[in-house]
Design a protein around this ligand. Sequence first.
Ligand SMILES: Cc1cc2nc3c(=O)[nH]c(=O)nc-3n(C[C@H](O)[C@H](O)[C@H](O)COP(=O)(O)OP(=O)(O)OC[C@H]3O[C@@H](n4cnc5c(N)ncnc54)[C@H](O)[C@@H]3O)c2cc1C
Length: 443
Amino acid sequence: MVERDWAVVGGGMLGATLALRLAAAGHRVTLFEGAPSLGGLASAWRLGDVVWDRHYHVTLLSDRHTRGLLRELGLEDEMRWTQTRSGLYGAGRLVSVSNTLDYARLDLLGWSDKARLAGTILWASRWRDGASLEERPVEDWLRRLSGSRVLERFWAPLLRSKLGDRYPEASAAFLWATIQRLYAARRSGLKVEMFGYVPGGYARVLERLQQRLEEMGVEVRLDTPVKEVRQVEGGATVVSNDGEPALFDRAVLTLTPRRCVAMLPDLEPGIRDQMAAVDYQGIVCAAVLLDRPLADYYLTYLVDEDLPFTAIVEMSALVDRDQLGGHGLVYLPCYAPVSDPIFRRSDDELRRSFLDGLARVHPEFEPSRVRAFRVSRVAEVFPFPVLGYTRKLPTGTLGPDVHWVSSAQIQNGTLNVDETVALAERAAAALIGSDGRESRVPA
Ligand SMILES: Cc1cc2nc3c(=O)[nH]c(=O)nc-3n(C[C@H](O)[C@H](O)[C@H](O)COP(=O)(O)OP(=O)(O)OC[C@H]3O[C@@H](n4cnc5c(N)ncnc54)[C@H](O)[C@@H]3O)c2cc1C
């Protein structure tokens, strides 16, 4: 193998894992990250007197790629696992949907509808060929499997919570992938799925990851947004905010397609158009620190549609009290495209409407219990799962020495760290195996 100089652009979990694998294969690697710390969507921030993840993150017992990485970082043994409970808020009532008995009691649906719902979930958890569902509109698929009533009362609000009013444009592969993830534990021989975290949260994971990257000789350049990447004779040049073009043998961009397009002036027009057409769903997510935990549900599904957020995620129902200084930590996410007016609402407006919404679901909640409130806005989180998604993805090269590996290439899967680490590992193997001459990432 010829030792090469690689530039990896983007220090999220994808770029950081890719850099680690390239370095482990004996290459010199420079990792460019625009923010002051690694992690991107998985990064941590300070909320009042607590440092925890900017967005809620859990690891599943069945997340073998994430757990493999954590093992390498010496953190897997410390993971804490628990079985969490879930709630469902609909028709003005909050009920538990944590087990089969709870579902049996659910009065949102009658008995025959419940049987069809269970049949749909069972069918989707056993079906292997997600690609075949990419051309199937999710509504048609659900209407056939679950019936119109279950679609309207149960599935439609849940789909709307992730995809907005455009959900009928989505393919059945999206919901199939979500169900597959939730049932992965059973398929892998584990009896029950559990949720876990590393004490200290992603702040600790990322600190250890950066340490390992540096031990492996990776030059980690934080606060260094890349402005331009060009294919040149004998390699690729990278221009960052701090100066002259730097020459590398190979460059890999790990960003969303539109961000890549913006930094590749020489991109072939056909590929540029295909990349620019990959449409992303964004998020406005409030993190609320409370004087004490709120309830016992890690995730509360919302089927009442006039709430300002699309789910309630209570981290303090998963994480031990010592991790959060005895506080409650609740995330209120609202998934929406960046063109949605919610992206232009001020923190104060969001605070008022989100806390009102929280009090509707939990009438005993008092705003005086809030110790800190912070809002994260991200324009691009996951690609909208349009019909024929994979068929529409760009397949050409960006240049012989310029490659693109991105969350957009997660096919028939949901966006999560496990898929991201798996993608980085497949991409690294393909790039190392072809000496950076093959840019297609095996699905
Ligand atoms: C609300 C929410 C909840 C989630 N919950 C979970 C969960 O429970 N479990 C789970 O496994 N996963 C979860 N995820 C998904 C997980 O966060 C992602 O799968 C993963 O972090 C994606 O990593 P990435 O590297 O592909 O992208 P990103 O994290 O977006 O990384 C891209 C990086 O590139 C950097 N960058 C951008 N432009 C430039 C530039 N010009 N130059 C240099 N650097 C640049 C960014 O700063 C960023 O660090 C969640 C995500 C969200 C948003």
